[in-house]
Design a protein around this ligand. Structure first.
Ligand code: AMP
Ligand code: ZN
Length: 471
């Protein structure tokens, strides 16, 4: 199956060609574990999960590596500010190690609840310090570093390709350089590989290194760990769009300067989830977590559905109304599937019509992960009376491997059983029955209309009234 993906490096949708036949090495920047993940962060992990599922669906074996940033991520992207974990520890009176463990566990609870498949390798930065030191040494030997004020810096002037991913104009950068608070930097875009001169006083996490006791800069961890688990040249690197101008730009510089060759073939980025005030962000303190969504009565899979309904490369505006729509739509899917007989047809026995729905689905999701169109194919297929229940079940299972909405194996329900019919609706059904008994046809009709407006279809059958949720 052919897969096309938008490569941020070329700014075009390209046909995906793996380095090794049938295999994909994929790295995604993981969470900084100083606070709960917000639902914007989680949108990015849902996008990466979809990418992985599509590649597996297309027949590739995927090795997915994700780091956990538990040291070195400062509050400012330009090496300014304070280590986010140290700050969180200080403010909460807990140790940095406790903070990292607590929020890593919380992160994976959210991850699992969204039915995101766990990475094959999860690598915390603090457990890979020797690999980072080795990479910095290699850069030093190649003449790409300098030491100033006790810190080791990467010198971007030694890497002429600097800024290619973000299409930065280096001349503009120099002439318009903002005053950087770090006066040690020869070029304002140089960045720290190793801090020995902590500006934060009591730094709890420190390691010995050839340059003195200290701790790594943020960017070096992703280069060192991806190379450790995927080699010096691998297929796909992904993350959120905000990583392009600094984090990924610096990752490329240090990786390619060290090895002298291309590091990654495809760069993929998920767009932001927006709150009412713009980009949802942890630092602004105004963000929604999975727990808040659950408190409001949503299943995490409602949020997954909400995200799948939008293209990963477009910004997505969060709203409670949008969540209600996603919840109702997902429930509609579940109800429809629950109305089907449970037998699942064999792939080999499918009609041409059923196959063609699957092919349409594949064409959409393999075209830069168009899950919204994939979802509409699923809906159309389920509504098609020309397909048997068993064929529909087979197609649902096939498509759900990519969608990850847990649609596989939903039990059949009797038409009016277990639909969680609200008490108000049941009350109206009883009132209507009484009105009919009283031959008060006008009231009976009015009650039926109210039931209809509440989303339920009331049918009179020889066995009595039957109630069905409208699709
Ligand atoms: P962090 O835990 O802050 O390192 O971020 C984890 C991931 O979430 C990164 O890939 C970010 O680029 C991404 N991210 C941050 N804010 C948003 C947002 N509002 N919408 C989508 N992704 C985001
Ligand atoms: Zn990274």
């Amino acid at each position: 199956m052919k897969v096309s993906l938008y490569n941020t490096m070329s700014r075009t949708v390209e046909e995906f060609k793996p380095i090794t036949e049938g295999f994909v090495g994929m790295y995604g920047c993981g969470p900084t574990v100083y606070n709960y993940a917000h639902i914007g962060n989680l949108r990015t992990y849902i996008f990466e999960d979809t990418l992985k599922r599509v590649l597996v669906h297309a027949g590739y074996k995927v090795k997915h590596v994700m780091n956990i940033t538990d040291v070195g991520h400062l509050t400012g992207d330009g090496d300014d500010g304070e280590d986010k974990l140290e700050k969180s520890a200080r403010e909460s009176g807990r140790s940095v190690w406790d903070i990292a463990k607590f929020y890593t566990d919380a992160f994976f609870r959210d991850y699992d609840s969204l039915n995101i498949i766990r990475p094959d390798v999860v690598c915390p930065a603090t457990q890979h310090i020797p690999q980072m030191i080795a990479l910095i040494k290699r850069l030093e030997e190649g003449g790409h570093t300098y030491i100033a004020g006790g810190n080791v810096y990467f010198s971007i002037d030694t890497f002429p390709e600097y800024g290619r991913l973000a299409r930065l104009n280096l001349d503009d950068l120099k002439s318009g350089a903002r005053i950087d608070i770090d006066s040690n930097k020869k070029n304002p875009k140089d960045f720290v590989l190793w801090f020995t001169n902590s500006k934060f006083g009591e730094q709890a996490m420190m390691w010995d290194s050839p340059w003195g006791r200290g701790y790594p800069g943020w960017h070096i961890e992703c280069s060192a760990m991806s190379m450790q688990y995927l080699g010096e040249h691998f297929d796909i690197h992904c993350g959120g769009i905000d990583a392009i101008p600094v984090h990924h730009t610096n990752e490329i510089a240090q990786s390619e300067a060290a090895t002298g060759k291309t590091w990654v073939n495809y760069w993929m980025h998920g767009e932001f989830l927006l709150s009412e005030k713009g980009k949802m962000s942890k630092s602004s303190g105004e963000f929604l977590t999975m727990s808040v969504l659950k408190e409001h009565g949503y299943d995490p899979l409602d949020y997954r559905y909400f995200c799948l309904g939008a293209a990963y490369r477009t910004q997505l505006q969060f709203s409670w109304q949008g969540m209600d729509g996603a919840k109702a739509a997902r429930q509609g899917l579940v109800d429809r599937i629950a109305s089907l007989d449970e037998k699942v047809a064999d792939m080999a026995s499918l009609s041409g019509k059923a196959r063609s729905y699957m092919d349409q689905f594949d064409a959409f999701v393999c075209n830069d992960l168009s899950t919204s169109r994939g979802l509409s194919v699923l809906w159309t297929m389920l509504k098609d009376d020309g397909l048997s229940d068993a064929e529909k079940r087979c197609a649902v299972n096939y498509m759900d491997k990519v969608l990850g909405l847990k649609l596989d194996g939903i039990k059949k329900k009797a038409s009016d059983e277990g639909q969680d019919i609200p008490a108000e609706v049941m009350e109206l059904v009883e009132k209507r029955a009484q009105a009919k008994k009283d031959k008060d046809w006008a009231s009976a009709d009015a009650y039926r209309k109210q039931i209809d407006e509440m989303g339920y279809l009331l049918k009179d059958t020889p066995a009595g009234p039957s109630l069905q949720k409208k699709m």
